[in-house]
Design a protein around this ligand. Structure first.
Ligand code: ATP
Ligand code: MG
Length: 516
C-alpha cells in the first residue's frame, strides 16, 4: 500500500512519506556522546517529536544506549499540585518506555521519594539499573509552568553530577522556547534568571524548516509510490507558499493528492497546488487553529498588529519579538525585514482575526457581478461605499486588533466579494506604513493601497498616491483604489465622511481615492 502525507502527530516511516528525521540535527550525536544536557526548541509542528523519537530508537538499536522519548505534558494540569503532577508524569514515563525499550532496558519500579524529588529519584534509580548509559529526551517541557517547571529543572540539576551511572548520561529538553525564556509566572514577565536551574545545559539546538530540495525529495516519495508527478513549477510554488514549514508542506500535498487531484495519472501542477492552498486556508485545521489561539495574547498582538498594517511597531520589547519568532508566526527576511512566516499563515491570520467581523457581516447583494459573471469595479465601489456608510462603525468594534480594525473590516468585505470566484492577495511589511491588497477576479486585477490617517499626522493622500502608483506598476495595471481611513478623533460620522473621487498619481494614472 502507498504511504501518505502525515498531518496528525509524529511521522512513522512505515506509514508516512518522510525525510530522514535527524538530518536537521547535525550536532546532536556529538552532544550525546559527550554526555551533555541540552535544549531543542522549535515552533509547533516542526518535527521535534518525530526527530527525537527516531533518534532515541536509533541510539537504542545501536546497542550502546538505552534511549527514550518521554513527555512531561501530563503534569501540566497539576501545576499547583506537585505530587499529582509527579505521579502522572512517572506513570506516562513508564508507559512510554514500555513500547520504546526492550525488557532489559525498562526502568525498575519507581522508588519511594518525597514530593519535589520523585522525578530525580526515579531517574537515578533507572540510570543505576540500566545496563547501558541512559539517554532521555523530555518532550513538551514548556507545558509546565511556575513552581512545577522550576522543580523539574532543579531535580535535573541536582542529579546531573551523578551521570552517567547515577543519572541519565545525556538529556534533552524539548519545547517551543529556550529554557532561559520560560515564563515562570504565567502571563507575567518574570523569567528564569541567569542562574537558571538548567544552567547545566551546554547548548540550545533548533530545527530549521525544510529546504526547497527537501520538499522536492519528500514529494518525490509520493511519485515513487503512486506514479503521480509534480511539475517543477508546482514544487517551487509549494516551497514559496510554505517556506518549508514541515506540517504545511505535508498538509498542502495531502490536499493536492487526496482531494484536488486524487487520480494519480493527473500531474500536480501549480493550479492544483493553489487550489490545495485555498482549501487549506478555508479549513483552518488544528495546527492553524492553535496559531489562532496565540493571536489573542497581548504580546503576540503587539507584533502582529503593526505587521499587518505595515506600521513600525511602537517600542517592541525584544523579548516579545523573539517569542513571536519562536512560535513560528513571523520571521526575519533578509530583504523585507520582519514578515509573517509564510504566505499561508499570512492568509490565515487575517481570516482568523476577521472571523467575528465576518460572522457579523450583513447580507450584501453582489451588485458588482455582471450577468456574465465578471466583476464591475464601478459597481463594487458603489457597494463598498454603501456598506461602509451603513455598517462600518459598528463592525469596527468587532475586532480586538483596534489599530487595524478598518483593514480587517475591509478584508472581511473583500472576502465576501471574492467568495463568488475571486481571491484577495495581501502584502505588507513593517515600516512601509501601508497595506497593499489585490483583488483578483477572473481577468480583473484591482490593486488597493490602504492608509490610515491618525491624529497629529498630515493627510497621507500624496504619499498614498505615489505608493499606489508604484504598486500599479509592479502589478502591471493602470488603475486601482487608494483607501484612506480617517482614524483621527473627530465629530463627523463615518456615514457622512465616506466618499470617493477620482485622483491622479504623480505619473498620471487615474485612480479612485476613497475616504472613509
Ligand atoms: N521527518 C519528517 N518528514 C516529513 N514530515 C515531517 C517530518 N517531521 C515532521 N513532519 C511533519 O510535521 C508534523 C509534526 O511533526 P511532529 O509532531 O514531530 O512535530 P513537533 O514539532 O513535535 O510538533 P508539536 O510542537 O505540536 O509537538 C508531522 O505531522 C508532519 O506533517
Ligand atoms: Mg511534539
Amino acid at each position: 500500500m502507498a504511504r501518505w502525507f502525515n498531518v496528525a502527530g509524529p511521522c512513522r516511516s512505515a506509514l508516512h512519506y518522510m525525510l530522514p528525521a535527524t538530518e536537521r540535527l547535525p550536532d546532536v550525536m556529538r552532544l550525546i556522546q559527550q554526555q551533555n544536557y541540552f535544549v531543542l526548541h522549535a515552533p509547533r509542528q516542526s518535527g521535534k517529536t518525530t526527530a527525537m523519537l527516531s533518534l532515541a530508537q536509533t541510539l537504542t538499536a545501536s546497542g550502546q544506549y538505552a534511549a527514550a522519548l518521554l513527555s512531561v505534558e501530563v503534569g501540566a494540569p497539576f501545576s499547583d499540585d506537585p505530587e499529582r503532577a509527579e505521579l502522572a508524569i512517572l506513570d506516562s514515563w513508564r508507559g512510554a518506555s514500555s513500547w520504546q525499550l526492550p525488557t532489559v532496558l525498562q526502568p525498575p519500579p519507581w522508588p519511594v521519594a518525597e514530593t519535589g524529588n520523585r522525578l530525580g529519584a526515579a531517574l537515578r534509580a533507572w540510570a543505576m539499573a540500566s545496563p547501558q548509559p541512559l539517554v532521555l529526551f523530555l518532550d513538551e517541557i514548556d507545558a509546565l509552568q511556575n513552581h512545577l517547571l522550576l522543580s523539574v529543572l532543579r531535580q535535573l540539576r541536582d542529579g546531573y553530577p551523578g551521570r552517567p551511572h547515577a543519572f541519565p548520561a545525556s538529556l534533552a529538553l524539548i519545547g517551543l522556547r529556550d529554557v532561559r525564556d520560560y515564563q515562570v509566572a504565567s502571563g507575567g514577565s518574570e523569567r528564569l534568571t541567569t542562574a537558571s536551574p538548567f544552567n547545566i545545559k551546554v547548548e540550545s539546538l533548533t530545527l530549521r524548516n525544510f529546504r526547497a530540495e527537501e520538499v522536492a525529495a519528500l514529494y518525490a516519495q509520493h511519485t515513487a509510490d503512486t506514479g503521480q508527478q509534480f511539475t517543477p513549477a508546482a514544487l517551487t510554488r509549494a516551497f514559496t507558499l510554505t517556506q518549508g514549514q514541515p506540517w504545511l508542506v505535508n498538509a498542502l500535498a495531502r490536499q493536492a493528492v487526496e482531494v484536488i487531484a486524487p487520480d494519480p495519472t493527473q500531474p500536480i501542477d501549480v493550479a492544483v497546488i493553489d487550489a490545495a492552498r485555498d482549501r487549506l486556508i478555508q479549513r483552518q485545521d488544528t495546527h492553524l487553529d492553535s496559531l489562532a489561539e496565540r493571536l489573542r495574547e497581548p504580546r503576540v498582538r503587539a507584533v502582529i498588529e503593526p505587521l499587518l498594517a505595515g506600521l513600525v511597531p511602537a517600542e517592541l520589547p525584544a523579548d516579545d519579538l523573539q517569542f513571536v519568532q519562536d512560535l513560528g508566526l513571523v520571521r526575519m527576511d533578509p530583504q523585507a525585514g520582519l514578515v509573517i512566516a509564510n504566505p499561508i499563515y499570512a492568509a490565515v491570520i487575517p481570516r482568523m482575526l476577521t472571523a467575528t467581523t465576518r460572522a457579523f457581516l450583513p447580507m450584501i447583494t453582489p451588485i458588482w457581478r455582471t450577468p456574465e459573471g465578471r466583476l464591475d469595479p464601478a459597481r463594487l465601489l458603489e457597494a463598498f461605499l454603501a456598506f461602509w456608510r451603513r455598517h462600518g462603525q459598528p463592525l469596527l468594534g468587532t475586532t480586538a486588533y483596534h489599530e487595524i480594525a478598518p483593514h480587517l473590516v475591509l478584508l472581511a468585505f473583500l472576502d465576501r466579494v471574492a467568495n463568488g470566484g475571486g481571491r484577495v492577495e495581501r502584502e505588507s511589511a513593517v515600516g512601509r506604513g501601508r497595506l497593499d491588497l489585490r483583488l483578483e477576479y477572473g481577468e480583473l486585477v484591482l490593486p488597493m493601497e490602504v492608509k490610515v490617517w491618525r491624529d497629529g499626522e498630515g493627510d497621507p493622500k500624496g504619499e498614498g498616491l505615489a505608493q499606489l502608483e508604484r504598486y500599479l506598476q509592479g502589478v502591471g495595471v493602470t488603475t486601482g483604489w487608494l483607501l484612506i481611513f480617517d482614524q483621527r478623533r473627530g465629530d463627523t460620522p463615518i456615514a457622512e465622511r465616506t466618499r470617493a473621487e477620482v485622483a491622479t498619481t504623480p505619473g498620471g494614472y487615474q485612480v479612485t481615492l476613497i475616504r472613509a
